[in-house]
Design a protein around this ligand. Structure first.
Ligand SMILES: [Zn+2]
Length: 328
């Protein structure tokens, strides 16, 4: 599983805040206790002294005896502190630092491995990031309305849009539920306003909920980011970059493909992303109102042939849903 730099940084910040809060709370409690039970202060100094004893004797022949003696002494002092706390109405462990996750003491790691709490945070933050900059989370399978689609055969196309869209809906729902890194790439094609963005967002939300890293953005936003990165004079060498994230994330969803402003740079960047993900066998979902001929004209034959050969083509039918919604 890979996460964006933004997600990783947010999680580090949350962990740091948790540590600081735990330590501040401990300081407050310590002050409170010392004001009420001054004797604890002397005992704490004794505790510190025993540790100094061990340090002073490192390397000496009878270090084992010293360590044993010191541990016993420590336990006795800790017991005394506990007793004093209890006598004064505190819990015995009132002076212990209370971490959100005692297992890793809010560092996020246990012996160099990610702690469960960090993994859970990554998932949570990635999903949150996804929601803040896209319709993901708002447009779900639950609030997709099939009754917006005409329930009679379209004379020009000879298909019943509602029946066809029900198939499309079920396909997308199954795709999201069964998503894995081996899932197919999809090309969702149809006129504007037929629910492509809605279903792609619903897929993104469901897949992210299952712990995969999903990038969902419009083609024009993605291109702007790539351009900025490419042409920005100060490049951050500690960061693989936006392009790398697009190539490596578990699922990339490009919304409104074909509406972005195309330059020589963007055409080659699109090809690079699509081709690199194909080479890595990583799925992509493209939403577009361009048919394959349109892709060939707008981008290049190379891009069109990559899509034809490797994507599942899903056609959307119906009248412009946004028009229908207005009349409801
Ligand atoms: Zn933890």
């Amino acid at each position: 599983m890979s996460y964006t730099r933004e997600t990783l940084a947010t999680v580090e910040r949350i962990l740091e805040e948790r540590r600081q809060q735990a330590e501040l709370r401990q300081l407050d409690r310590s002050e409170e206790v010392l004001a009420k039970i001054p004797a604890v202060s002397q005992l704490q100094r004794e505790l510190a002294g025993t540790i100094a004893d061990v340090v002073r004797n490192i390397g000496s022949a009878d270090i084992e005896d010293i360590v044993r003696e010191v541990s016993e002494k420590n336990l006795a002092i800790q017991k005394k502190i506990g007793d004093l706390l209890e006598e004064n109405g505190f819990d015995r462990d009132y002076l212990e630092t209370e971490y959100t996750c005692p297992a890793c003491r809010d560092t996020g790691y246990i012996s160099g491995e990610s702690c469960e709490c960090r993994l859970a945070l990554l998932k949570e933050v990635a999903l949150g990031n996804l929601r803040s900059n896209s319709p993901v989370g708002k447009a779900t399978f639950e609030n997709f309305r099939l009754d917006y689609y005409p329930d009679e055969a379209d004379p020009a196309l000879g298909v019943n849009p509602r029946a066809r869209m029900e198939q499309v809906f079920n396909f997308c729902k199954n795709y999201a539920e069964d998503f894995s890194l081996d899932s197919d790439s999809l090309y969702l094609w149809g006129n504007t306003g037929l629910g492509k963005t809605h279903l792609a967002s619903a897929i993104a939300g469901e897949v992210a909920k299952n712990g995969f890293q999903v990038i969902f953005d419009s083609a024009s936003n993605l291109m702007r980011k790539l351009e900025k990165e490419h042409f920005s004079p100060a490049r951050d060498t500690t960061y693989d970059g936006a392009q790398d994230e697009l190539i490596k994330c578990d699922l990339l969803i490009i919304d409104d493909f074909g509406t972005e402003f195309l330059t020589q740079f963007t055409v080659s960047a699109v090809y690079n992303v699509i081709n690199s993900r194909l080479n890595r066998n990583l799925p992509v979902i493209i939403n577009s109102n361009l048919d394959i001929e349109g892709v060939e004209k707008a981008y290049s034959q190379r891009i069109a042939s990559r899509i034809i050969g490797n994507y599942k083509y899903i056609q959307f039918f119906g009248s412009d849903i946004r028009q229908i919604k207005k009349n409801f």
